[in-house]
Design a protein around this ligand. Structure first.
Ligand code: FES
Length: 159
C-alpha cells in the first residue's frame, strides 16, 4: 500500500538518492520523467551542461512541464509551462511575474519579479555517469505539492 501524500512534502524516509538513468541517455533525451520513491513524479532535465530536477507538474494548474521551453528572464533560466506560460526558475523553483515600476511611464518598463518558491526543486547528483535524484523533503508546503497526489499521478511513469 502506497501512502498518499496529499498536499505534503515527500516523507523523510525519502532522503536517499534514487537512480534516474544514465547521464548520456538523459543528455540525449534532454528531459526524463520518473516516479521517484513511488511517491513523486519528477522531471529531470539537461540544459547547457547542467542537470536539474523538479516536480513534474506545474504549480499553477498541473501543466506538463516536460514539454516546456527553457528561456532566460533577467538572466535566470526558467522553464516556461506550455499551458499558460508561467515561468519557473530552474535553480530555485521560483515563479516569476512581470511587473511595472511606473504605470504612467512611456515607454512602459517591465521587470521580472519573483513570487517566491512555487515549484519543488529536487537535488540531482551524478556518480560515474549515473544520475540520481534526492527528493527535497523540506516540510514547508510548496504549491506544486498539490499535483503530487494520487489523483494526478500516472502509474505509467513508474519504472
Ligand atoms: Fe502551468 Fe498554468 S498550468 S501555467
Amino acid at each position: 500500500q502506497t501512502s498518499s501524500s496529499s498536499m505534503s512534502p515527500p516523507s523523510s524516509s525519502s532522503t536517499t538518492a534514487h537512480f534516474i538513468g544514465k547521464k548520456e541517455e538523459i543528455v540525449k533525451a534532454g528531459r526524463v520523467t520518473k516516479l521517484v520513491n513511488r511517491c513523486r513524479d519528477v522531471l529531470v532535465l539537461y540544459h547547457q551542461g547542467q542537470l536539474h530536477a523538479m516536480d513534474m507538474r506545474c504549480y499553477h494548474a498541473g501543466g506538463a512541464l516536460q514539454h516546456g521551453d527553457i528561456e532566460e528572464f533577467n538572466g535566470r533560466l526558467c522553464i516556461v509551462c506550455p499551458w499558460h506560460k508561467y515561468k519557473i526558475t530552474l535553480e530555485e523553483g521560483e515563479g516569476l511575474y512581470q511587473a511595472v515600476d511606473d504605470p504612467m511611464a512611456k515607454p512602459l518598463r517591465t521587470y521580472w519579479r519573483s513570487k517566491g518558491v512555487k515549484q519543488r526543486i529536487h537535488k540531482v547528483t551524478e556518480v560515474n555517469g549515473d544520475v540520481y535524484v534526492t527528493l527535497n523533503d523540506s516540510s514547508e508546503a510548496i504549491e506544486s505539492d498539490t499535483y503530487q497526489t494520487e489523483r494526478f499521478r500516472t502509474g505509467s511513469l513508474s519504472a
